[in-house]
Design a protein around this ligand. Structure first.
Ligand code: ADE
Length: 239
């Protein structure tokens, strides 16, 4: 069965949204993955279809009800091997390693938070794993879910052709990308670095690596330190 994302949201009309065009959209039309957006409100039980309540203990905003969200999760009929995620700014930061793991599996259930939060009891009772896409606050989890799905879909078999593969896998995983150039040779007084037009493939590769390393050290000391630590470990051997 192809990779599948099941999204629980109060705004199902936000899907597939931008994932319906370009690379992800073509792959969706081709059946390389599928998307199911389910309306949490369909699991409301009272006559007003209420999905939220005021926070216990007081305070601003509204909280998504545990009973309604639990019913929505149960109605989705998710196989136990599929990850159950909750998009939330207090979650574990999304990394390319997590994306690769998710893309290698059957595809997640993704709950999109709204309001001031979600009743903690449903997070606990359904064992939702909270995931954040960064240290800023969105108005809801939907855009975060789109980001996570996009990052997974581009890794699925057959989605990216060899030519579109974007990154040079030989040293892209823990380094920022080296600068790229194309025609014209002269743009507003700026030329393409000579090494790139020299035809010397070994020299080109060495220049790109040096550029990628310099950029990473300057802009992302956190990634640079991790890379240094990993390389030190590899030198000592796996033990
Ligand atoms: N919902 C609101 N902000 C978010 C974030 N930064 N990551 C994931 N989900 C969110």
């Amino acid at each position: 069965a192809p990779w599948r994302a099941t999204v629980l949201t109060l705004f199902p009309e936000m899907f597939p949204g931008p994932l319906g065009v370009s690379l992800a959209g073509r792959a969706l039309s081709a059946g390389l993955w599928s998307l199911e957006a389910r309306d949490i409100r369909a699991s409301a039980t009272d006559k007003h279809r209420s999905v939220d309540g005021t926070p216990a203990g007081g305070g601003p905003g509204m909280v998504l009800r545990a009973d309604v969200l639990a019913a929505s999760i149960d109605a989705a009929g998710i196989a136990p091997e599929r990850p159950r995620l909750l998009m939330s700014p207090r979650g574990r930061p999304l990394t390319q390693a997590m994306v690769r793991n998710l893309a290698d599996g059957p595809g997640p259930l993704i709950v999109c938070g709204r309001f001031e939060g979600i009743d903690q009891r449903v997070i606990d009772a359904r064992e939702l794993v909270e995931v954040s896409i960064g240290d800023y606050v969105l108005s809801g989890g939907e855009i975060a879910a789109l980001v996570l799905i996009d990052a997974c879909v581009r890794l699925l078999p057959g989605v990216m052709g060899k030519l579109e593969s974007g990154t040079d896998e030989s040293f892209s995983d823990d380094l920022l990308e080296y600068p790229q150039y194309t025609r014209p040779q002269l743009f507003e007084g700026r030329t393409i670095p000579d090494v790139l037009t020299s035809g010397d493939h070994a020299k080109v590769a060495a220049w790109r690596r040096a550029q990628a390393e310099a950029l990473t050290e300057a802009r992302r000391p956190d990634l640079w330190a991790e890379r240094r630590a990993r390389q030190d470990g590899e030198q000592k051997g796996p033990g």
